[in-house]
Design a binder for this molecule. Structure first.
Ligand SMILES: Nc1ncnc2c1ncn2[C@@H]1O[C@H](COP(=O)(O)OP(=O)(O)OP(=O)(O)O)[C@@H](O)[C@H]1O
Ligand SMILES: Nc1ncnc2c1ncn2[C@@H]1O[C@H](COP(=O)(O)OP(=O)(O)OP(=O)(O)O)[C@@H](O)[C@H]1O
Ligand SMILES: [Mg+2]
Ligand SMILES: [Mg+2]
Lengths: 253, 253
């Protein structure tokens, strides 16, 4: 299993947070020590696990300053969380001029690699200093992809960004996989996009496909993971399947 | 009708581009001269109108440098487009240190106010220099909101950002309205979130609600607006209704 996985896609609303939270929980359930890093000022991963960002010191400040994170228990056993907060946004401006701005997260996580079996990083939408920090720190990238036309268009851009980070900031970066999300077999466009993406990126597309399932949105509104909220739902089965696929350490694409 | 409207929400995938493109087309259909500014490096508004970003000189460069935009016909009569391209992303770094970085778009559009009845700006997700430029240049903000829990959580953040821009960069900025999108009356969570948002922001929520309708995604994959692609669909009716609501110049909230 890859040690540090960035869950990233510059396209918005494709299921990055939903995937990061539910995969982190799945891996912890399977006995792994997991750290979930919320690198988005929206702090959606933080609130999806029931943590309110007003009470936690925004870990982002120490993190982006290159200090080890103050992770806290996320609730479920073996799952730690580095929470975020809207104030993280201000750090982007502060760091903009720093020469080593892209390596702060890598440095902050260096000491954590030994403490956890897996570190998942939930990235914000758009290509910002947060996403480049995550790509510079990660061993590989999991790219959630909504089976829609505009999201597919952005995939080539995202793959290009990963390749350019691999050439520059992080030569060992790979694509862990492309995860098809919000898939509804009754929607023609979803089927067409899925077929086209598999055609272009056959090796990268993961076997697991996440179906569209409103139980996922309900779960986050109850600050629960899908496996806690609706363990017999189609989405819970899919995220359990994804967890097994990641544990079987699919050869990195 | 407000002259410059930014279509913005830092939450990803809530229908910003879909709203900007279809509202722009609706207003042009109703006889207004409209400019649609694509301020997202993803260039989704550009490709939704069938323009390929590889062939157009990225207008963003001249725009963010404060020069008048080179708008081109978007196709439909009375609709002009300022296209974007992925290369716009690089401009964010170049501008980061400039003292007047937030006012470049405002300056670039100053001369355009007289040429168009309405200028719509499609903003990227996340709060970046592109969104602050749009908020500094706009008269008001239209906030598309998916009726989901995580999107609702972000609304308070977005309203806070608009208020702080109003206090600083642009004292005349107002909230044009909150547009509920991807609404499915059969989904409990959608109804609950819609009711909660109306409770908190009663004056700001627009009367028009955009239903979840796969015809919208299909339309963008055919580089057509909804009114061209599926004029009798529920989504086409909703965007026509939104156009009328905007034309009736609802008092700014
Ligand atoms: N498979 C799914 N089926 C139905 N709804 C889903 C699914 N996955 C995610 N959602 C919902 O869709 C919305 C977007 O998902 P999410 O917030 O995880 O995406 P994101 O890529 O993290 O967004 P952002 O770009 O804003 O960070 C959320 O309201 C979430 O609850
Ligand atoms: N009312 C709707 N019903 C169904 N699908 C929709 C609706 N509105 C938008 N979509 C689809 O949902 C996806 C997200 O919409 P869109 O890209 O317009 O959101 P956005 O806020 O501009 O995203 P981003 O944050 O990446 O800029 C697109 O694939 C679009 O076709
Ligand atoms: Mg997210
Ligand atoms: Mg968009």
């Amino acid at each position: 299993m890859q040690k540090i996985i960035a869950v990233a896609n510059q396209k918005g609303g494709v299921g990055k947070t939903t995937t990061a939270v539910n995969l982190a929980y799945g891996l912890a359930l399977a006995g792994r020590e997991v750290l979930l890093v919320d690198l988005d000022p929206q702090a959606n991963a933080t609130s999806s696990l029931g943590h309110s960002f007003s009470t936690v010191p925004p870990q982002g400040h120490c993190l982006v300053a290159g200090k080890p994170p103050k992770a806290e228990s996320a609730g479920p056993p073996r799952l730690a969380l580095m929470p975020s907060a809207p104030s993280l946004q201000a750090v982007a401006r502060i760091l903009a001029g720093a020469p080593d701005r892209d390596f702060r997260l890598k440095r902050a996580l260096a000491g954590e690699r030994e403490r956890y079996d897996c570190i998942l990083i939930d990235c914000p939408p758009a290509l910002s200093i947060f996403t480049t920090n995550a790509l510079a720190a990660a061993d590989s990238v999991l790219v959630p992809l909504q089976c829609e036309y505009l999201a597919m268009e952005g995939l080539a851009q995202m793959v290009g960004v990963i390749r350019s980070v691999k050439r520059g900031l992080n030569p060992s970066l790979g694509i862990y996989g492309i995860l098809l999300t919000m898939f509804d077999a009754d929607v023609d466009l979803n089927r067409e996009v899925a077929a086209e993406v598999r055609g272009h990126f056959e090796r990268e597309v993961l076997d697991t496909v996440i179906p569209r399932d409103e139980a996922l949105s309900e779960a986050s509104s109850h600050a629960k993971t899908i496996l806690e909220y609706a363990p017999r739902s189609r989405a819970a089965f899919a995220y359990a399947q994804l967890t097994l696929e990641v544990l079987s350490d699919r050869a990195e694409k």
